[in-house]
Design a protein around this ligand. Structure first.
Ligand code: GLN
Length: 464
C-alpha cells in the first residue's frame, strides 16, 4: 500500500487511522531493531487520537517520517551528531509545518550521516541504518534512515534532504522513489544547513504518485528563505497522466561508462527500450564536464559547510565542554562534538576559503559550476529528459568504502544535476544480484511536472 492508497482507504472508511498506525507499528516492532531507521519515534497512541481533528485535511492524520536534520518542535533534531544530541528546535521547518497543515503527523525522525555528509549512514554518531533488502549492506545516504523506513514498510513516506545526492542515492539503494526538487522550489527554512547553495528537501516514497502528492504540499514560495523561488504551489498529481509519446530522452555517454559492468549496462538498455515502448525517443548525448562535478562539489560543499558549521561553538544549541578559556571551551566542544568526516569537510572547506587560496580553489570551483549548469541548459535545448543510473552500484557492504574518495564516487551521477540546480528523481529500475538498482531522470529547472510524468510512465512499465 502506498500513501495514495492508504489515503483513499481512510477516505472511504475501509481503513481507520488507528488501523494504519497499528500496521506501521507492527512493521516497526518486527524490523526496527535490525534496521535502525529511526532516531526518535512518536507515541502511536497519540497519533491515533488525532483521527477526528485531522479527518477533513488532505492527509487525514497519516504519519510521515522526517529526516533528523529538519527541525521539528516536538522531537529532537540531532543531525546524526553528538553535538546536537539534546537539541530541540523551537520551531518547525516550513516543509514540516506545511505537511502538518495538510493533516500529516510526524511519525519520527530518521537516521542520517552526521550533518548529511556521507552516502551510507555509516557516519551517523548513533550507529548505521541497515538496508532492508540485505542487512549486511548500507541503505545509502545521507537520507538512509528515511529510505530504509519507507522500503521496510515502517513508514508510508518520508522527507529527506539532497545536497549532492542524499535523497536519490538511498532511494536507489533501497528500491524506492526519491525526488530532488529544483533548487529553491522547497523552502530550506528550518533545515539545518550543510551547503546552503545546494541543499534541498525532497520526498522519499513508495510510488511516483506519492512523490507528486508530497511535493505539491511542500513546494512553493516561503518569504523566510531568501533563496526560495517566487513559485506558487501547484498540484503535481495533475501532471502524472499523459505519457511520453514523442518526448526525447538523452542518455549521456558519461552516465554509462563501461566500468558499470554488464548487468547495469543491460538495465540501462532495458530502460531505453521501455522509453521506446512508450513512444519516446532515445538519443545519445554527451555531458563532458561530468568528470569535474566531483571535485567541484567537494570544494563548494565543504567551503559552505565550514562556514555553516562555525555556529556550533559549544555555547549555542548544545551543552558545552569544559575549558579554562573560551577558546579552549570551543575547541574542546568541537573536538568532542564532531565526527571524523565532518572534521575532514570543515578542514577542507576552511583551507579552500583561506586567503591566498580562495580564488585558486573556491573561485575556480564556482566558475566550473557555472559551466556545468550551462552544459545542462544546452542539453535541454535538444532533449526533454536526461536519464541514466542513479548510482554506479547497488547497495555496498558496511566498511567497504573506508577510503573517502571511494565513498564520494558513489554520487558521481547525482552531483552534476545538484550543482546545476535542476530537478532529478530516482525510481526503481530493476535488480542486480537481488539488490535494487535505480533509474535517474533529470529535467530542466522547474520541470517537475514533466519529470514526474516521465517517471510515472516508466514506473508503470518497469514495475511489470
Ligand atoms: N554524499 C554526498 C556528500 O557526502 C552528498 C550528501 C548529501 O546530499 N547530503 O556530501
Amino acid at each position: 500500500m502506498d500513501l495514495w492508497d492508504a489515503r483513499a482507504a481512510i477516505l472511504c472508511g475501509d481503513l481507520s487511522l488507528g488501523e494504519l498506525v497499528d500496521s506501521l507499528w507492527e512493521r516497526i516492532g518486527a524490523l526496527e531493531e535490525k534496521i535502525q531507521a529511526f532516531l526518535s519515534l512518536a507515541d502511536p497512541a497519540a497519533l491515533k487520537t488525532a483521527e477526528e481533528s485531522l479527518a477533513e485535511r488532505p492527509l487525514r492524520g497519516i504519519p510521515i517520517a522526517i529526516k533528523d536534520n529538519i527541525s521539528t518542535v516536538d522531537f529532537p533534531t540531532t543531525c546524526g551528531s553528538r553535538f546536537l544530541e539534546r537539541f530541540r528546535p523551537v520551531f518547525d521547518a516550513t516543509a514540516v509545518a506545511r505537511l502538518r497543515g495538510a493533516g500529516a503527523q510526524v511519525q519520527g525522525k530518521t537516521n542520517l550521516d552526521e550533518f548529511a555528509m556521507g552516502s551510507s549512514t555509516e557516519h551517523s554518531a548513533f550507529g548505521p541504518t541497515r538496508n532492508p533488502h540485505d542487512p549486511e549492506r548500507v541503505p545509502g545516504g545521507s537520507s538512509g534512515g528515511s529510505a530504509a523506513a519507507v522500503a521496510a514498510g515502517e513508514a508510508l513516506a518520508a522527507l529527506g534532504t539532497d545536497t549532492g545526492g542524499s535523497v536519490r542515492q538511498p532511494a536507489a539503494l533501497c528500491g524506492v522513489v526519491g525526488l530532488r526538487p529544483t533548487y529553491g522550489l522547497v523552502s530550506r527554512w528550518g533545515l539545518v544547513a550543510f551547503a546552503s547553495s545546494l541543499d534541498q528537501i525532497g520526498p522519499i516514497t513508495r510510488s511516483v504518485r506519492d512523490c507528486a502528492l508530497i511535493l505539491s504540499l511542500i513546494a512553493g514560495h516561503d518569504p523566510r528563505d531568501s533563496t526560495s523561488l517566487p513559485v506558487e504551489p501547484r498540484d503535481y498529481t495533475q501532471d502524472l497522466e499523459g505519457g511520453i509519446e514523442g518526448w526525447k530522452f538523452g542518455l549521456p555517454q558519461e552516465y554509462r561508462p563501461r566500468e558499470l559492468g554488464p548487468e547495469a549496462l543491460s538495465l540501462v538498455d532495458r530502460w531505453a527500450s521501455a522509453i521506446e515502448e512508450l513512444g519516446g525517443k532515445v538519443v545519445e548525448i554527451s555531458l563532458p564536464l561530468t568528470e569535474y562535478a566531483l571535485p567541484t562539489y567537494y570544494l563548494i560543499a565543504s567551503a559552505e559547510a565550514s562556514a555553516n558549521l562555525a555556529r556550533f561553538d559549544g555555547v549555542r544549541y548544545t551543552t558545552s565542554a569544559p575549558g579554562e578559556t573560551v577558546k579552549e571551551m570551543i575547541a574542546t566542544s568541537r573536538t568532542l562534538g564532531f565526527g571524523r568526516e565532518v572534521k575532514r569537510r570543515i578542514m577542507l572547506g576552511t583551507f579552500a576559503l583561506s586567503a591566498g587560496y580562495y580564488d585558486r580553489y573556491y573561485g575556480k570551483a564556482q566558475r566550473v559550476r557555472t559551466l556545468i549548469a550551462r552544459e545542462f541548459e544546452e542539453a535541454f535545448q535538444e532533449v526533454d529528459i536526461i536519464f541514466g543510473p542513479t548510482s554506479p552500484t547497488p547497495a555496498f557492504r558496511f566498511g567497504e568504502k573506508e577510503d573517502p574518495i571511494a565513498m564520494y564516487l558513489s554520487d558521481i551521477f547525482t552531483l552534476p544535476s545538484a550543482l546545476a540546480g535542476v530537478p532529478a528523481i530516482s525510481i526503481p529500475g530493476g535488480e542486480i544480484g537481488g539488490l535494487p538498482f535505480g533509474l535517474q531522470l533529470i529535467a530542466p529547472r522547474l520541470g517537475e511536472g514533466k519529470l514526474l510524468r516521465a517517471a510515472y510512465a516508466l514506473e508503470g512499465v518497469l514495475s511489470r
